[in-house]
Write a protein that binds this ligand. Structure first.
Ligand code: G6P
Length: 371
């Protein structure tokens, strides 16, 4: 009913709006006595300290949350991190031992490929930490440590609030590892956590401005394809934006690392093609920001329609943006929590305009419990 959907036409639209709450609930209780705390830990603190390599394994949007985690964990912990699709990981011969931490990210906790990857990792004595939105699901049951996200039940097949909660939880995993290894002082961990706690408000601010994105979505609904470009943590955001559009609007959409533009994607640029660019902060990542501006000007010179997601007050990018979508300034690593939101709204609105059921995209299942 409409009431269940909070007055929205689709659950997904309601779930997009629930993201500040999903984030706040997922952070609550995880910083206590000056320390980041997991929900369950069946390995010792010493085991965590001894970790010398991290794999993040997941499928779909959860995999994109893992790509974001790589930037944070490597930066905070000085540990090498590989992110891999669970379906690939388990059929390779990954090098694992008891000092490897495998972070399995799964909203449902029942995705078969992720579960089998967990089993594969444990057979080789790796430690497994589950990030999961479903209490007592199979993946957390078979893991050595668990961090639950509290996004609440997600009805829309395409993940939104659970995805944002996964990103937040992955940051907490990074902070827990940094604290165990001593690569961050307790007060630094506390400061990072405080920044995370400010994110629900920042997401709320994004949500208050999505009218512009809706209107843009309606205008882009006839496009044949949409490209998404980003760098650093904006790269996984671009991948997620493209995935959402494929899933919901059945449109050809590709996400690219902007630095690869010259190595192929630029051949796809043609007149009126919408290209969504996720800009890094001009303060936090000035060098990357300048490179992106140069990418956008090349794209625009070839007649594409540039849709730019940028930090508010970023004036340098304005001349190159046919459409400028502003998000609040947050620290570089946390930017995906704000920049993903307009892309979710864009995909939903394009799909709605095209007349598709946003909650139940064709051929897709909420959780894939077969291989
Ligand atoms: C399906 C869903 C996606 C989800 C993926 C992984 O493909 O449609 O939204 O990201 O499964 O699900 P999980 O429950 O493991 O996070």
């Amino acid at each position: 009913s409409a009431a269940e959907k909070g007055g929205h036409e689709y659950f997904m639209l309601k779930e997009i709006e629930e993201q500040p709450e999903a984030l706040a609930n997922s952070l609550r209780g995880h910083f206590s006595g000056g320390r980041v705390v997991l929900d369950e830990q069946r390995i010792s603190d010493q085991d965590l300290r001894d970790i010398d390599k991290v794999f993040v394994i997941a499928c779909g949007s959860a995999y994109h949350s893992g790509l974001v985690a790589k930037y944070a964990i490597e930066h905070w912990c000085r540990l090498p991190v590989e992110v891999e699709l669970a379906s690939e990981f388990r059929y390779r011969d990954p090098v694992l031992d008891r000092d490897t931490l495998v972070v399995a990210v799964s909203q449902s906790g029942e995705t078969m490929d992720t579960l089998e990857a967990v089993r594969h990792a444990r057979e080789q004595k790796a430690r497994v930490l589950a990030v999961c939105n479903t209490n007592g699901a199979q993946i957390p049951r078979e893991s050595d440590a668990v961090l639950y996200t509290h996004a609440g039940p997600e009805i829309g097949v395409a993940s939104t609030k659970a995805f944002l909660a996964q990103i937040a939880a992955n940051y907490l995993v990074g902070l827990a590892l940094a604290q165990a290894r001593g690569t961050k002082y307790p007060d630094e961990v506390g400061r990072e956590f405080a920044e995370l706690e400010a994110m629900p408000k920042a997401v709320e601010q994004v949500l208050s401005t999505v009218g512009q994105v809706r209107e843009l979505g309606a205008r882009l609904a006839d496009s044949k394809a949409v490209l998404f470009l980003g760098r650093h943590v904006g790269y996984p955001v671009a991948l997620e934006g493209a995935l959402k559009l494929k899933e919901l609007a059945y449109m050809h959409a590709e996400g690219f690392a902007a630095g690869e533009l010259k190595h192929g994607p630029i051949a796809l640029i043609e007149k009126d093609l919408p290209v969504v660019v996720v800009m890094p902060s001009p303060r936090g990542r000035a060098v990357l920001h300048a490179k992106l501006v140069s990418n956008i000007s090349e794209i625009q010179a070839r007649g594409a329609r540039t849709v730019v997601i940028a930090e508010e007050g970023d004036e340098t990018v304005r001349p190159f943006a046919d459409e400028l979508i502003e998000v609040p300034a947050v620290s570089t690593l946390l930017q995906p929590l704000v920049s993903t939101v307009p892309l979710q709204v864009l995909a939903a609105e394009i799909a709605r305009t095209r007349g598709y059921d946003v909650d139940k995209p064709r051929n897709l299942a909420k959780s894939v419990t077969v291989e």
